[in-house]
Ligand binder design. Structure first.
Ligand code: PQ2
Ligand code: SAM
Length: 246
């Protein structure tokens, strides 16, 4: 085993005050900090720790070779992503020969987090100890941003990636009382149409950059044609509660 460790730190939904005390302590002392980002973008996780890192920190931006340029089931996408993860697994392992490394993750690392792809590789190689710190998931920050309770009584809640095709989306939407739809971005129009079809559009909210300084919250009906990748649609449950409740 290498001398240094890898800590993946869940940063929570965006507001820096919503990260754990343990995460804050680790970050302030860190000398090696890695994070994922799209090429040419600052990286959401990195932006969440602005002003918090040590003056002598060394940063390691792990830039995705691609995101939306080719379909994610194309063999070229799979090959490029897999060598990208392999490469960073080796580089981080090398660093931990002598140093600890912190990997930043927006929300919770085990909830659609990129770090999971490194984690399974690191665990298999057994050369370095890895510790993962939980964070409040983005969707929790987003439903709080609407100020409306999410699930009551027997409500069933589904979390749906907007990247799914229409048929499974329709099926899950019909079966669920409360909905969280992730990765909205360029799928906004399609999702709005499907929710309308199911009579759920009037209860749907769009939250862009939830809990961050540039948060936007609006009824989905009033949303513009396009929205960023960092957006979540929330449909609150209406379930069982005592008759006198609102
Ligand atoms: C292909 C696609 C499909 C899909 O999601 O299935 C996909 N990302 C897409 C878009 C996209 N991704 C990003 C941006 C720019 C955001 C910005 O900067 O504005 C955009 C939008 C754009 O390019 O326009 C950056 C990004 N992505 C992830 C993180 C890190 C993190 O959050 O941990 C960050 C950095 C965020 C930051 O901190 O800045 C994480 C993941 N993204 C993955 C896949 C998985 C890993 C890949 C794999 O191994 O396959 C994983 C791990 C999620 C998973 O496994 O679910 C999809 C097309 C969606 C579509 O159809 O529209
Ligand atoms: C790759 S997933 C990462 C999820 C993250 N690990 C978490 O626990 O929320 C990226 C998606 O999370 C959603 N997301 C996460 N945090 C968000 C926030 N604060 N506001 C809006 N959307 C958010 C967006 O739908 C975005 O497309």
């Amino acid at each position: 085993m290498n001398h240094g460790k890898i800590f993946c730190v869940g940063l929570g939904p965006g507001d820096p005050d919503m990260m754990s005390v343990k995460a804050d302590r680790l970050l302030r002392n860190a000398r090696h900090v890695a994070y994922f980002r799209k090429r040419g973008h600052p990286g959401k996780a990195r932006q969440l720790v602005n002003g918090l890192l040590h003056a002598e920190v060394t940063e390691y931006p792990m830039e995705y070779p691609l995101t939306t340029e080719i379909p994610h089931d194309d063999p070229r996408y799979i090959a490029q992503l897999s060598s990208f993860y392999q490469d960073w697994q080796s580089r981080l392992t090398e660093l931990t020969r002598s140093e600890d490394v912190i990997v930043l993750c927006e929300g919770d690392p085990f909830f659609y987090g990129s770090f999971m792809h490194l984690y399974v590789r690191l665990r298999q190689a057994e050369q370095v100890t890895v510790e993962v710190l939980p964070g409040i998931p983005g969707m929790v920050g987003c439903w709080h941003a609407t100020g409306i309770p999410m699930t009551w009584g027997d409500d069933v809640m589904s979390v749906l990636p907007a990247t799914l095709p229409d048929t499974p989306l329709r099926e899950h939407m019909a079966r669920s009382d409360a909905l969280v739809i992730m990765k909205v971005g360029r799928h906004l129009g399609r999702i709005r149409g499907l929710l309308d079809e199911q009579g759920k559009l009037d209860r749907a909210w769009l939250v862009i950059n939830g809990t961050m300084s540039d948060q936007q919250v609006m009824p989905l009906r009033d949303a513009p044609e396009r929205c960023p990748y960092f957006a979540i649609i929330v449909v609150h449950g209406q379930g069982r509660r005592p008759a006198n409740d609102m």
